[in-house]
Design a protein around this ligand. Structure first.
Ligand code: 5GP
Ligand code: MG
Ligand code: MG
Length: 189
């Protein structure tokens, strides 16, 4: 019987271990260190899912940068992007003439990332790039570049390391696939 309240009971199988994610952060951090040398970028975490990846990734970046957050809603509480996106919590910083690096947990259809990139470009940023932990490339339905990513992932719903199901399970230290029973427990109610 899966209650779903103990996070280690809800995973069917692991996809990316803590070591896998650490390796992604080391590799991406080294690349970003090169690409942003001398640029003092504004690093923008996409709330809420990206915060776990962001804290580990930025500590691998030997680049002076500033930090801000942007929360746009795309998913509601379900699995599929609604297509309707709005700003829930806006940036504090002025992005005009800044090199902006958006950090995302996962890019799926690409709608959310395109919305964020367009918003930041429209406000006059010098450059806007994205570093995502995971890239569901096969699901893309808008044309948007994921400039850096840790790994591709197939068409399955993943949780952990920031990625949620009903705003739960973000604190799982690895990325895995939910047991079908956990999904059933909530979907049938
Ligand atoms: P998109 O707009 O690219 O379709 O969706 C982006 C957002 O949907 C991500 O930032 C993430 O919050 C959520 N999302 C997409 N795929 C998954 C997934 O497999 N698991 C979880 N937990 N969230 C996902
Ligand atoms: Mg996200
Ligand atoms: Mg979500």
């Amino acid at each position: 019987m899966v209650k779903g309240d103990n996070i280690n009971d809800i995973i069917d199988h692991k996809l990316f271990s803590e070591d896998d994610i650490h390796e992604m952060c080391v590799r991406l951090g080294a690349q970003l260190t090169k690409d942003y040398a001398g640029k003092r970028p504004l690093v923008v975490g996409a709330l809420k899912g990206a915060i776990y990846f962001l804290t580990d990734l930025t500590r691998q970046m030997d680049v002076a940068h500033q930090l801000d957050f942007l929360d746009v809603s795309s998913y509601g509480d379900g699995f599929e992007s609604t297509g309707k996106i709005k700003v829930v919590t806006d940036l504090a910083a002025d992005v005009k003439d800044r090199d902006v690096l958006i950090i995302e947990d996962i890019v799926d259809t690409g709608l959310t990332l395109k919305f964020m990139k367009d918003l930041i470009k429209k406000r006059g940023a010098k450059s806007v790039k994205c570093c995502a932990m995971l890239n569901k490339e096969a699901r893309r339905n808008v044309d948007v570049d994921v400039d850096y990513f840790g790994s591709k992932v197939g068409n399955e719903f993943v949780v952990g390391y920031g990625l949620d199901f009903l705003n739960m399970y973000r604190n799982l230290p690895y990325v895995g696939v939910l047991k079908p029973e956990v999904i059933q427990k909530y979907v049938n109610k």
